[in-house]
Ligand binder design. Sequence first.
Ligand code: PBG
Length: 338
Amino acid sequence: MSHTKKLLRMIITGKYPELRMRRNRKRDWSRRLTSENSLSVNDLILPIFIIEGKNKKIPVKSMPGIYRYSLDKLNSVVQSAVNMGIPMIAIFPYTEKKLKNSLGTESINSNNLVCKACRQIKKKFKYKIGIMCDVALDPYTSHGHDGIMVKGDVDNDETIKILVEQSLLQASAGCDVIAPSDMMDGRISSIRKALDKNNFKHVQILSYAVKYASSYYGPFRDAIGSKNLLRGDKKTYQMDFKNSDEALREVTLDIKEGVDMVIVKPGLPYIDIIQNIKKRFKIPVIAYQVSGEYSMISNSIQKKIVDKNVIIETLTSFKRSGANAIITYFADKIAKDL
Ligand code: PBG
């Protein structure tokens, strides 16, 4: 019998009454001592919605406790994240309808809301906190899709060209982590090459390598103002939720193209995918607990169906499955409890 097999047998052969599993659970100190996973503030990434204007803090209707902040209010939100020790924020813009068009050209305006926010945050906070920005066109297109439409579908290669420009602009505005969320094929290698060529060798790429076409994104689309605009669905570029091998192929490709970390999105319904990826590829994996997951939990807490401990229980499940960190709208709400 091999050494590991023997070891495995030893672990599983004790029996009642000599072996009592409850012994280790009896006292709090012992439970702490034998715990296998834990959640800390270092595991949290806080998404922040921003909006044009002054002195604005506008509630997102479909997301209890979540607001869109104007830039004059942004620093204090970031400051409190810094104070809590949250390592990174993710910035998402609400774009006014008049700035949207079919090509999403506001994405490559160097003075767009995201770029202004990056410059402002970088200036004030330097490297005290990481800034992550989505690369995709959906906040900026009149049809709500992540790329440029040609003959009724998002055109992969035309879209990549504009995503590359968007990435370079964000990098020059001070974004630390470029996060392509568009699901175009081949975009990581194009973005990596462009960043390297333009002196952004150290800007990281966190790809949404595994992003499912999901009904859990509804509240987010409301938050960025694309909900009522979206024509059709995103099934020709985001993944089918029935698939799991395909996720490994997506990650393999992104690794080959030079990605630094990968996202699995949504989170909870896909922890099997997180576990698979982590087992096979020794690469940082980030879970995205998306807007629908956030709102379902928040509403249930508000209605007293469950208590607020479900937040930490759920976030810890991501750690157990192998995630290194979690993008979660709960980040600033639970950081103090950790
Ligand atoms: C944009 C993007 C989406 C989310 C993050 N980036 C929505 C989508 O693909 O339609 C969803 C995040 C959430 O629901 O919290 N490409």
